[in-house]
Design a protein around this ligand. Sequence first.
Ligand SMILES: [Zn+2]
Length: 240
Amino acid sequence: MRKTNKLSFLLILIILFTINITPTDKIEQFAKTYNLKKDKLLKAKKFIRNNKDKFLWKLVNKDNELNNNYIPKKLKKIPLKYTKNRNEIYVKELIYKNLVKMIKNAKKKGIKLRVLSGYRSYEYQKKLYNNMLNKYGEKFVKKFIAKAGHSEHQLGTVLDFNSLNINKKSKIAFKWLSDNAWEYGFSLSYSKNNILTDFEYEPWHYRYVGPEAAKIIKDYFKGDQKLFLKFANNYITYDN
Ligand SMILES: [Zn+2]
């Protein structure tokens, strides 16, 4: 009888330990590894758990891919006037309002933002990758082009703005974006300082994460979007 009691007590202890302590430890570990604040991560976790759109923060990179049949729900065509003379650019409807608001407010400050590229299907990525590989070689594609299924552009919430080159003119727009895009929910995917980035610095490539998440990335994750996504993906399950 005594032995059974002892055993039950031990079992309860183990259960309590698993429920209460392990998740906090995980957060503590993350905080330590990336030099972040644990209390802020706890707040971020609460925020992440309340999110309804799972793919908003899906981590897509060299190690994490989207299925070849993943197509975002409700795609919307961007009017020609907001693009760099491209007629067939689509984005998820969810981000459209904020995108237009951002372009209009930038214009008020004398900044001309134009969309170069948006949603890319799996098939398109495959073609693009092979074309670039043939044209520029392996070294170039490794730096700039994702393999099919590994591009954030397949999410429909990712945009390239103005130019794929850093020049005198585009620099001004990129600076404006880096200072202001977060207010509209857009976050730079491949910055100079990110720890987990797959690609070189791409000041034109922005991902919509929502204004609250963009602020959390700025305030809690040292502006490192990929750190936030990696953290968030511990608390979201994907069946796709
Ligand atoms: Zn891009």
